[in-house]
Design a protein around this ligand. Structure first.
Ligand SMILES: [Zn+2]
Length: 113
């Protein structure tokens, strides 16, 4: 099927119809390992930036997760810088900012391409 001829789908989050089909990469924590999966077919919202995987992609990712992401199946490896917030506690941040911080950290788990 020619993906260019598919009608644009609405974003489930913001309902924008300004979406595109793209190949993206995402990062997942698997136990104590961070793994990256590239070339994932996804619907990407140009308005809010959310990415949505189709059922086939989710099934394949679930199979990879079930197999434990064996190192010999990796196509390459990345070096990833690790940062820490040190002694900054959540109580040092006003509640409104604290929730923003949590949102930013959660969204940074995804690596957008
Ligand atoms: Zn959206």
């Amino acid at each position: 099927m020619d993906t260019a001829e598919q009608p644009s789908a609405a974003c489930p989050v913001c309902e924008s119809t300004d979406t595109r089909l793209a190949r993206v990469r995402s990062a997942f924590w698997h136990n104590d390992r961070l793994v990256v999966i590239e070339d994932v077919p996804a619907l990407v919202c140009n308005t809010c930036g959310e990415q949505f995987y189709d059922d086939a992609a989710v099934l394949l990712i679930d199979r990879m997760r079930a197999s434990g992401f064996p190192p010999e199946d990796a196509v390459r490896e990345l070096r990833v810088p690790v940062f820490a917030l040190g002694n900054i506690g959540v109580t040092d941040v006003p509640p409104r900012e604290a929730s923003s911080v949590a949102t930013v950290l959660a969204s940074e788990v995804l690596i957008r391409s």
